[in-house]
Design a binder for this molecule. Structure first.
Ligand SMILES: [Zn+2]
Length: 342
């Protein structure tokens, strides 16, 4: 199996993180990628540089104005007097503002809140690293289109990014870009299965009206966990997408058996949808070893999840999402990937 990776994914190194009113050190750190890379080397995966991403592939998910903001926002931020060390939004357009004709601002402070769902920081290197991560997801999709499983060691992660909104450590939605790439490569129907412990709200939003990309997410109940507002079982998609979105929220402390049963349910629905290829949003933060742990999944649980997904015999583009215990990441990745063969 190929593991796609580019060292440019390391340079994005945000510091700011706001939790319960306290500014803390951000835990989406470059060392996460280093730990996963070491695990790939130990497994003997073919570590492959995907090169520069195809901008047209990114444009299948993200509109031009958002791409312009990601690329050029830092320059405007730096040109502003008294700017902070990182770009962090301090206002967002409230639904009432939008209902009253609110619109995108011409200046960076307004744009930052417009294009960001939360206090997710941007650095001068965010755009470079986000593109490198997306390139890996595109290359993994190309492998899956050729019938081979592949792993994209994507950092920063992507599943909280909407078409035109960053959030939750995510800027470009790598999994959605991979799904669109598979569609463009000829798969009539694709599924995204998200097993990160947080709901894949960005991916859900991107495919909400679509019947050709089925989205299933197994995650912690949003009533007590990020992203707080979406991820409920009642969210099934709309219009042509009605019935093509499946959320399986789980209670705090859920262990292996219930988690694996939810994954089995998602896989049954994915088969019923007639998916020809699968994108896996692979977060390891469902682990019981997570610092902010909500679910209680063991290493055996991750191994069994990998085996169950591989048993679908669908070609898989496996895209890295979260997981923040640096020591656990290096153990969990090989356990999960073991089911997919070498
Ligand atoms: Zn997560």
């Amino acid at each position: 199996m190929k593991a796609f990776w580019n060292p440019a994914e390391l340079i994005h190194d945000p510091q700011f993180f706001l939790q319960r009113g306290t500014v803390k050190k951000n835990f989406e750190v470059p060392a996460r990628a280093t730990a996963l890379l070491d695990a790939c080397r130990t497994m003997g995966l073919a570590i492959t540089d995907p090169g520069a991403p195809d901008p047209l592939a990114i444009a299948t998910v993200h509109p031009p104005d958002y791409i312009d903001f990601l690329r050029d926002g830092w320059k405007a931020w730096e040109a502003m007097p008294d700017h902070g060390a990182e770009m962090v939004a301090n206002i967002h357009p409230a639904p009432e503002m939008l209902a009253n004709g609110g619109r995108r601002s011409a200046t960076i402070v307004g744009q930052l809140g417009w294009y960001c769902a939360d206090t997710n920081p941007f650095t001068r290197d965010t755009w470079t690293s986000a593109q490198a991560a997306a390139a890996g997801a595109i290359a993994a999709a190309d492998e899956a289109a050729a019938g081979r499983h592949a792993y994209a060691l994507a950092r920063p992660p992507g599943h909280h990014a909407y078409a035109a909104r960053a959030g939750g450590h995510c800027y470009l939605n790598n999994a959605a870009i991979a799904a669109e790439r598979l569609r463009a490569s000829g798969a009539a129907r694709v599924a995204v299965l998200d097993i990160d412990s947080h709901h894949g709200n960005g991916t859900q939003g991107i495919f909400w009206h679509r019947d050709d990309v089925f989205f299933a997410s197994v995650h912690g109940d949003p009533n007590g966990y990020y992203p707080w507002y979406v991820g409920h079982a009642s969210e099934r998609g709309e219009g042509p997408g009605a019935g093509h979105n499946l959320n399986l929220p789980l209670a705090r402390g859920t262990g292996d058996e219930v988690w694996l049963a939810a994954i089995a349910t998602a896989l049954r629905e994915i088969r019923r949808h007639g998916a020809e290829a699968l994108v896996i949003s692979l977060g390891m933060d469902a682990s019981r070893d997570e610092p902010l742990h909500f679910l209680d999944i063991t290493e055996d649980g991750f191994a069994r999840a990998g085996t169950a997904i591989a048993a679908t015999s669908l070609p898989c583009a496996i895209v890295q999402e979260g997981g923040y215990n640096l020591e656990a990441l290096g153990r969990l990745l090989p356990r999960f990937l073991a089911g997919f063969g070498g």
